[in-house]
Design a protein around this ligand. Structure first.
Ligand code: CMC
Length: 443
């Protein structure tokens, strides 16, 4: 009869071990420790650089089927949320697990908006950055600084404190992001207008000039809201893993979120949308696409905005973003880079290299083109990812804090370095050339 277990025979000892299979396909790595050659043996462990096949948590927030191109938050398909929901409603869903009724939604919106202001000292703090500071760098530093304004955030086991920090972070992120943008432009900061929607207010803080009341364009406001929905969570991606990992030491959520933003900054993660625009600009014309594809196939270049650790088919978010681009162009005028992107996608999807590597457009492939058409400088693109991902980070962090199985994140290593050596005086050490060679391999 079929059993939910795995039988392992250790050929070194001939011993047999039975390991339970949980949730249909999960074995506990710690069970491998029982497999030993003798009492002094450490036992087996699994080696999995970059967590390619290791689950670090049990989660109920986001479901992805990378082969089928499925993404759901709390069971709801991303396509339905993008069509019908708003970002704030989706954030509520991601954090609390259910869609709100009307009264809860009103209260939630009110609670988030109440926290859209930042302390004036934060504004002064931001003014200390150089005029050309990258807004992601400003965001990393400023979110970490919030920790010093709210020391009670360290009470991570306290539900009310967790709720308060969640509202604060979601409420303040657009303000910090807009201030970072205005800083880079040398423009005065614009304070939040809580009569506007979450995204409408963000647009106002970014683009308001001398008019008394900023009126966001409803199509652009909705487009940004949809983009925020698409970015709200994505299970255990690099920045969420950073959030959980730093949070696992019981650091407060501002410090953990600063680490998450730092992880998102990298060009392989949230920085990819910025790189896509740089790549498309460099390609310059549809004519040059075949030459670029040749370089990618030769392994000389990465095609930014393509490929994903989890999706081995079309990223469902990229499909929505591509459609959205044309709606935005109705207002902003066409971004000519779209033609290069569409041609790149068309050729790539027919090429054996991309088919055999299962490389498809990811969410970042078309987002940058929309952001650029809306008037955002490329340095703001990863910031536009960080704002909505804050709800996912906070949901994942709260899940981690409440999970009795979680402990401080602390992976093992496979040590390949020197065995025991003894210190020698400086003039007794080996030839410097030998040592320099060894050292230069590392740094
Ligand atoms: N262009 C060309 N080749 C690629 C690409 C790409 N964009 N992505 C992966 N490959 C190749 C890679 O060279 C490797 O080839 P081989 O097996 O012949 O050595 C193979 O595909 C597997 O790649 P990998 O780097 O082992 O895959 P990964 O799961 O570690 O990396 C990734 C995933 C997203 C970092 C990678 O696909 C990549 O660098 N893409 C470009 C950057 C990008 O668009 N990032 C945004 C990700 S989506 C938003 C987010 O969640 O952050």
């Amino acid at each position: 009869m079929a059993k939910n277990s795995l039988t392992i025979i250790d050929n070194r000892t001939g011993k047999e071990y039975e390991i339970p299979i949980e949730e249909g396909n999960v074995i506990r790595a710690v069970k491998l420790r029982d497999i030993k050659t003798g009492p002094d043996d450490f036992g087996l462990m699994s080696y999995d650089p970059a967590f390619a096949n290791t689950a670090s948590c049990r989660s109920r927030i986001t479901y992805i089927d990378g082969d089928k191109g499925i993404l759901r938050y709390r069971g709801y398909p991303i396509e339905e949320l993008a069509e019908h929901s708003s970002y704030l409603e989706t954030a509520y869903l991601v954090i609390k697990g259910e869609l709100p009724d009307a009264a809860h939604y009103r209260a939630w919106e009110q609670n988030v908006k109440t926290h859209s202001m930042v302390h004036e000292n934060i504004k002064n703090f931001m003014q200390g950055f150089r005029y050309d500071a990258h807004p992601m760098g400003i965001l990393v530093g400023t979110i970490a600084a919030l920790s010093t304004f709210y020391p009670e955030a360290s009470k991570i086991q306290d539900l009310e404190s967790r709720r308060l920090q969640t509202r604060r972070l979601i409420g303040k992120l657009p303000t910090l992001a807009a201030f970072a943008y205005r800083h880079s432009r040398g423009l005065p900061y614009v304070y939040p207008d809580n009569e506007l929607s979450y995204t409408g207010n963000f647009l106002a803080m970014l683009f308001k000039m001398t008019e008394l009341k900023y009126k966001p364009n409803p199509i652009l406001e909705r487009a940004l809201d949809v983009l925020f929905i698409l970015h709200a969570d994505h299970e255990q991606n690099c920045s969420t893993n950073a959030m959980r990992s730093v949070g696992s030491s019981h650091a407060d959520p501002y410090c953990a979120a600063a680490a998450a933003v730092a992880a998102l900054y990298g060009p392989l993660h949230g920085g990819a949308n910025e790189q896509v625009i740089r790549m498309l600009t460099e390609i310059g014309s549809v004519r040059n696409v075949p030459q670029f594809i040749k370089q990618v196939k030769a392994g000389e270049r990465l095609m930014m905005g393509f490929g994903h650790r989890i999706y081995k088919s079309y990223d469902p978010r990229a499909k929505i973003v591509k459609q959205l681009a044309y709606a935005v162009f109705e207002v902003t005028g066409r971004n000519p880079l779209i033609d290069i992107a569409v041609e790149l996608e068309k050729i790539a999807l027919e090429e054996d290299y991309f088919i055999s590597h299962r490389l498809y457009p990811n969410v970042d492939f078309y987002t940058g083109i929309i952001y650029q058409a809306m008037g955002f400088p490329v340095t703001m693109f990863p910031v536009l990812f960080a704002i909505p991902r804050t709800s996912g980070w906070m949901a994942q962090w709260a899940e981690m804090v409440r999970d009795p199985e979680q402990k401080i994140a602390r992976p093992r290593q496979v040590y390949l370095g020197e065995t025991l050596r003894h210190w020698t005086p400086i003039d007794h050490r080996p030839e410097p050339t030998m040592r320099e060679d060894a050292v230069s391999d590392v740094l």
